[in-house]
Design a protein around this ligand. Structure first.
Ligand SMILES: [Zn+2]
Length: 85
């Protein structure tokens, strides 16, 4: 798992004869947007790690969703038990 969110940015590389110079076919750059020591930080992801990082961030997100669902159900259960005693 990895914290933060997965961000895709489009950018030009600055080379005048690159295909991105027309401003339409830009380069994709992938980043992790995450708090490091409490500060919002954007970390660029090397191309070979993009898929792994994407999956690890998604895993963290899904576990967060699952934990929130469990908490909601348990709170409901707690409130019901509290009333019936
Ligand atoms: Zn370019």
């Amino acid at each position: 798992m990895l914290p933060g969110s997965f961000v895709e940015r489009q950018r030009t590389c600055g080379r005048p004869n690159c295909h991105c110079a027309d401003g339409k076919r830009l380069h994709s750059q992938f980043q992790i947007s995450v708090l490091v020591d409490g500060k919002p930080t954007a970390l660029s992801i090397p191309a070979k790690l993009v898929e792994t990082v994407r999956q690890k961030i998604e895993m963290r997100r899904l576990i967060g969703v699952a934990a929130a669902t469990i908490c909601r159900l348990n709170l409901k259960r707690f409130l019901q038990e509290k009333e019936t005693r």
